[in-house]
Ligand binder design. Sequence first.
Ligand code: NCD
Length: 314
Amino acid sequence: MRHLLSAADLTGEQIGSILNTAEEMHQLQGRAIKKLPTLRGRTVVNMFFEDSTRTRTSFEMAGKWMSADTINVAAKGSSVSKGESMRDTMLTLDAMGVDCFVIRHPSSGAVAQAAGWVRAHVVNAGDGTHEHPTQALLDAFAIRRHFRQLGTEGWVGKKIAIVGDLLHSRVVRSNVLLQRTLGSEVILVAPPTLLPTGVEEWGCQVTHDLDSVLAEVDVVMMLRVQRERMQGGFFPSAREYTEFYGLTPERLNRLKDGAAICHPGPMNRGLEISSAAADASRSLILDQVTAGVSVRMSVLYHLLGGDDSQGATR
Ligand code: NCD
């Protein structure tokens, strides 16, 4: 694997391999000293041209826990703010001997374009409203663990509803691609104004009626209402949005036994998800965050340390 740009790049076998290595990495969470020598001498640059808490921090921790040298470059504070193009900035860093770029960018397609400029590996950490493949991988990891703990084998035959602002979400596209490769059924739930164009070609059931599918799904993945990407009104009021599309305490009670709640974060508590749902015992939201470090370690290992015959955790 040279780059990770899209969930569509991954075969079922590759997804399985990434998740299994992530499972080994996950054991580090219980250790006092979280350090492996696996990527010693490798340099990973995090280039975030858009705000982020969990993705940027977890990529940085993932690199550090495997002994890579990790460097953060933000648009503000780099020569990008002096007018240097992203291409020149990346060529400059590439010429210093960087091994991997982890890039988040507000424009869809920018990360794939950047991958064509450099010698180093490139990971897409979110490009515009397009894709966020490591989020889909960590969601799959958390979901698989949840069902394994319940005694069922992974996600075979599982139904996943993805609910909310699908129009502005890169998480939904990556999840649909990845979950379909894995053989799950994905149901998309959103008001008509928050559905991406062409969604009928994604091969998923699409509905505007959350209540009609709520009781039958194994996972309900709530997405954030991305107000920073909205100009104008996509729904009449926050109250009305919550009434029709929020995971309210009342809807929480209608989920079936064993069904899990996911949210990639950051959450708008009280809008798309109630605190009762976010903090419920069936909520995987913090498990997703923890999974983020393990899965990103595994992705970096697959890209940078794959030839290491010593194994991932030695
Ligand atoms: C998501 C993102 O940035 O795409 N968050 C994340 O990476 N955990 C979703 C969002 O911003 O709502």
